[in-house]
Ligand binder design. Structure first.
Ligand SMILES: O=C(O)CC[C@@H](O)C(=O)O
Ligand SMILES: [Zn+2]
Length: 509
């Protein structure tokens, strides 16, 4: 139900003003009041509002999962979650919040790793989970238009009968939303083959903080008409507006997918191996993923995938998962077998052994060893997650140096930190450096930061290769962005969101 302008004005005038300073330091933001809930309940059915405030008054534990990230590292104090079903409803909510200066946090599947989708204070959470319809699919062009709240896996299932796949794939696919993927510019396991979302996303529908709807939901492959505004929202982490619809190009399903896990005696072999694999598999190579020994052991310990036969892992310092996706089943398998033969038959073999999947179940099981590292780590304790781009050659050095650094501070093993491990997307130059401890402790954070960011900056790398900045890295943005860049980002933010209501405390300080 839409609320009339006069009704909105009346409610605005009567609304209480529990003002406080926002985390961005740029504007006064207000807390939600009972009058706001009264207004929201004119826009949304009561079942789509979770609030501890009258006249809804849901139990506060219902709010907990929306206020915390899945790692239990970031916590907000929102009193109110709104679950709109339509773009128009999102627009009405934002218009109201903008006029009232109420902070807003858009939330998808809440699977992020940098605290981007939970409030810093008591912002209203707009959950996109009720906006979960496919709007249109053209199996000829492969262009899919979907609500932002569609779960990635359900979209993968939707396009599968049409012999297409989604251009992204990530461990959280069973719960992450396509809108969240776009808002965070999620990378994932298919980036090597299909590139980033900046290329696959053709159009977006975005509700701006003042409630206006930016309809750029084009399905065109070519549209060279000046500034490509949608690119600004890809990776903006909800700081410029709420993405409500996504138009995305889905690639044809490869006819044949194979994978193999190679065990390597030394990390030094990773780079020559990558060169060899690229040369021999050329266009059918679709993933080249790295798992160090610690990461592998944890994945196995926590039952992610099936452990490789013991004999194949003896003496392995690290593992590489190679995937091929091509158009000719026999040809592709032969290419992979030829690769294995030539690697193992070399005078100085780069690998100890390789385990090739022989069935769809084995294919998934090998992937689970890699995809499941995050899950395994979460079962071990609290993880400090650094998601960095550094030259491939320094992946191992960075992990080893971090371990030694923690040891020198007396924090390793006997004192809180249990593991330091590395894994990630070698093909994309992206290392996931995880430090696993018993708890999130200030002395560990102090030992890790700015240490890791300085290492990254010394390589002219990125402090966030794919997970974003969220609330976790706002203070460190300058390690990867120049002053000029940050000033421009702030100006862009001010143009779209002059009152600073959108996802305050994220991306920019
Ligand atoms: O948990 C992490 O640090 C990485 C998660 C994800 O980006 C992955 O590549 O598995
Ligand atoms: Zn990753």
């Amino acid at each position: 139900m839409l609320v009339s302008r006069s009704c909105a004005k009346r409610l605005l005038a009567s609304a209480g003003r529990a003002a406080r300073y926002s985390s961005t330091g740029t504007s006064q933001l207000n807390s939600v009041t009972e009058q706001d809930i009264e207004y929201f309940s004119k826009i949304l059915p009561k079942t789509s509002i979770i609030s501890t405030l009258a006249p809804i008054s849901s139990p506060s534990d219902e709010l907990n999962s929306f206020n915390s990230d899945w790692m239990g590292r970031f916590h907000g104090r929102s009193t109110t979650v709104l679950k709109p079903k339509t773009t128009r409803q999102v627009s009405e909510i934002l218009k109201w919040c903008n006029e009232r200066r109420i902070g807003v946090v858009p939330q998808g599947g809440n699977t992020g790793l940098v605290g981007g989708s939970v409030p810093v204070h008591d912002e209203v959470i707009i959950s996109l989970s009720n906006m979960n319809n496919v709007r249109n699919y053209d199996p000829v062009s492969g262009v899919l238009v979907a609500d932002a709240g569609c779960i990635l896996q359900s979209l993968t299932d939707y396009v599968a009968p049409h012999n297409h796949i989604m251009p992204i794939d990530l461990g959280a696919k069973g719960s992450c939303h396509i809108g969240g993927n776009v808002a965070t510019n999620a990378g994932g396991l298919r980036l090597l083959r299909y590139g980033s979302l900046h290329g696959s996303v053709l159009g977006l529908e975005v509700v701006l903080p003042d409630g206006s709807i930016l309809d750029q939901l084009t399905t065109l492959r070519k549209d060279n008409t000046g500034y490509d505004l949608k690119q600004l929202f890809i990776g903006a982490e909800g700081t410029l507006g709420v993405i409500t619809g996504v138009s995305i190009l889905t690639p044809p399903q490869p006819q044949a997918s194979n994978n193999v896990i190679l065990s390597l005696p030394s990390f030094d072999n990773v780079l020559p191996l990558y060169q060899t694999v690229k040369r021999q598999l050329s266009e059918i190579l679709s993933a080249f993923e790295f798992i160090d020994r610690t990461a592998y052991n944890l994945a196995v310990k926590h039952g992610q995938g099936r452990a490789l036969p013991e004999s194949e892992t003896v003496g392995a310092e690290c593992f590489i998962l190679v995937e091929t996706s091509g158009g000719r089943r026999e040809h592709d398998s032969e290419k992979l077998l030829d690769l294995l033969e030539s690697l193992l038959g070399a005078d100085k073999p780069l690998i100890n052994s390789g385990v090739l999947s022989q069935s769809p179940a084995e294919f998934s099981s090998l992937w689970a060893l890699r995809e499941g590292v995050t899950e395994a780590v979460s079962k071990e304790g609290k993880a400090y997650k650094y998601d960095i781009s550094v030259p491939l050659a320094s992946f191992k050095q960075v992990v080893d140096d971090t371990r030694e650094h923690l040891r020198s501070k007396g924090l390793l093993h006997d004192k809180a930190v249990k593991y330091v491990l590395g894994y990630g997307h070698v093909g994309d130059g992206n290392l996931h450096l995880n430090i696993v401890a018993d708890a999130y402790l200030p002395e560990i954070t102090d030992a890790l930061e700015p240490y890791i960011y300085e290492v990254v900056a010394s390589h002219r790398g990125s402090i966030s290769a794919e997970h974003g900045i969220g609330a976790m890295k706002t203070h460190a943005l300058h390690y990867s962005k120049s002053d000029v860049s940050i000033e421009l980002m702030k100006k862009i933010k001010a143009v779209f969101d002059p009152k600073g209501i959108m996802n305050p405390g994220k991306v920019l300080e």
